[in-house]
Ligand binder design. Structure first.
Ligand SMILES: Cc1cc2nc3c(=O)[nH]c(=O)nc-3n(C[C@H](O)[C@H](O)[C@H](O)COP(=O)(O)OP(=O)(O)OC[C@H]3O[C@@H](n4cnc5c(N)ncnc54)[C@H](O)[C@@H]3O)c2cc1C
Length: 452
């Protein structure tokens, strides 16, 4: 009983899909329980909606519309937010260390203003330690380059708001440079954009990129001719695009993409990337300065280094309650967790998707409270809600709850609804509806305005 009177520290590492939803569900479940402290840590000051990062990169949507300031999200709530780079997790002593403004740390948060104001005025290398009773690992993943030479150095990834903004700036810069040269070969090199990976992200990405280049930029730059100068190429190692989709929907998507001037290269492996070239299948060489990576992710480095049982790709093994198999007080979810569903036909862990992370967050929150109260824990069961892919021009393909197939506008609309659903979990109805409606109503003109 005495133990119960002490403060209970629940520490959530990462404020992405899994982390933020765990905090929200924990808030609801612990309202009547005294002395609970929920702390969430992230390297960013905001939570962002990764499924729309490619739209930021291709100037379809402004980054502000996919960001939510974390302090605002938990304003007046019993959740403490700390910004910093998590650099040490001590599972034995139940502590986590973070650093802020640390020069040694590659991932330390950088502020625009920081470069203009005198650096010595800021506290450098501020380190903080947090004690926990329950720990939630929700630090997501990072791009996987599969050991391909030059891929990490020369390709652009969609891993953060900053990297998406960099891609947008890069595209614009290439058009500017191409506009100032009469060398047609160089023009083509600058305006050859190659997306690697034709999963849902890569396919949505290439369509938005095509739209930006053809319908916005090529019209703005007088010495660029889209048909003569631009190449938009989608490369996929497997023998089809959208490998996880139903063949009927893949056929529709292929037809849609082929109607555009997009070159689709399936059964094609990237073997080398340099600053001005990409090599495919060890023999084809395409001069380009713009390789855009959307080919896969691997476990977060810090999580993969923890002394916990993991699968071959570094995800932490969890039981049916989402507790790590080695430490019952440590829970893992989303991209950090390797959860094996108990279905006869499945032998692979749940995929690294937002809907998995969100569903798991509810079970994690529930099980932390149950564990603390000495109740029987809840077995997590994943329900596939479907997958949707936007193909631009308000068209898409969708598979809902694994049963209903949609194509065209209805599929595109259901894709937009997933954004609303997420907003409704994390914030108030009025805010969510406003932002969702804005997002739904924006058009290329708006994006074009934002680009300049
Ligand atoms: C471009 C892109 C498009 C995607 N599209 C879709 C889609 O359409 N549908 C879908 O279901 N899924 C999609 N996904 C996958 C989806 O985003 C992830 O599966 C989901 O975000 C996993 O949630 P999570 O909570 O595990 O991690 P995340 O949401 O990635 O959150 C991890 C958080 O941890 C923080 N963090 C990590 N390391 C540290 C550290 N050392 N210190 C401090 N903070 C740290 C990060 O800043 C981040 O906020 C997409 C992913 C990407 C990259």
């Amino acid at each position: 009983m005495e133990e119960r009177q002490k403060q209970l520290n629940i520490l959530i590492l990462g404020a992405g899909f899994g982390g933020i939803c765990t905090a929200k569900y924990l808030l609801k479940l612990t309202r009547k329980i005294p002395n609970i402290k929920i702390t969430i840590i992230d390297r960013n000051t905001y939570h962002f909606f990764t499924p729309l990062l490619h739209e930021v990169a291709t100037a379809s949507i402004h980054s502000d519309h996919i960001k939510r300031p974390l302090r605002m999200l938990f304003n007046k709530e019993n959740v403490e937010f700390h910004q910093g780079e998590i650099n040490k997790v001590d599972l034995k002593n139940q502590t986590v260390e973070i650093c802020t403004n640390c020069s040694k740390c590659d991932n330390s948060p950088k502020y625009d203003l920081y470069t203009y104001i005198n650096t010595p005025d800021f506290v450098s290398e501020r380190r903080q330690a947090f004690q926990y009773n329950y720990l939630v690992l929700a630090m997501g993943s990072q791009p996987d380059f599969f050991g391909i030479t030059g891929a990490d150095k020369y390709s652009y990834t969609l891993s953060s708001i900053k990297s998406s903004e960099d891609i947008k700036a890069r595209i614009l810069e290439c058009f500017e440079l191409a506009n100032h040269t009469n060398n047609l070969q160089l023009k083509k090199e600058l305006l050859t954009f190659i997306v690697i990976g034709a999963g849902a992200t890569g396919t949505e990405y290439i369509v938005e990129l095509y739209d930006l280049c053809k319908n916005v930029l090529a019209k703005d730059f007088e010495f660029v001719n889209f048909d003569r100068d631009c190449r938009i190429i989608l490369v996929e190692a497997k023998d089809q695009i959208l490998p996880n989709m139903d063949p009927y929907l893949v056929k529709y998507a292929m037809k849609h993409l082929q109607g555009m001037k997009i070159e689709i290269m399936t059964s094609t492996r990237v073997t080398k990337i340099t600053d001005c070239n990409i090599e495919l299948n060890g023999k084809i060489s395409i001069p380009t300065h713009n390789v855009l990576w959307a080919a896969g992710v691997k476990a977060n480095n810090l999580v993969a280094s923890l002394p916990l049982s993991k699968n071959s790709d570094g995800r932490v093994k969890v039981n049916s309650f989402l507790q790590t198999t080695d430490k019952p007080e440590v829970f893992a979810l989303g991209d950090n967790a390797c959860f094996m569903p108990k279905e006869k036909e499945r032998e692979s862990p749940l995929m690294q998707t937002a809907q998995v992370a969100v569903q798991e967050s509810k079970a994690v929150a529930m099980n932390i409270v149950k564990h603390f109260s000495g109740e029987k824990l809840h077995h997590f069961k994943y329900v596939f809600l479907g997958s949707t892919v936007s193909l631009g021009e308000r068209k898409g393909v969708a598979n809902l709850v694994g049963k209903f197939e949609l194509k065209g506008f209805s599929a595109w609309f259901s894709w937009k609804l997933t954004y609303l659903r997420h907003l409704l979990i994390i914030e108030k109805l009025t805010h969510a509806l406003w932002d969702w409606s804005f997002d739904l109503l924006y058009n290329r003109q708006m994006a074009r305005f934002k680009l300049h």
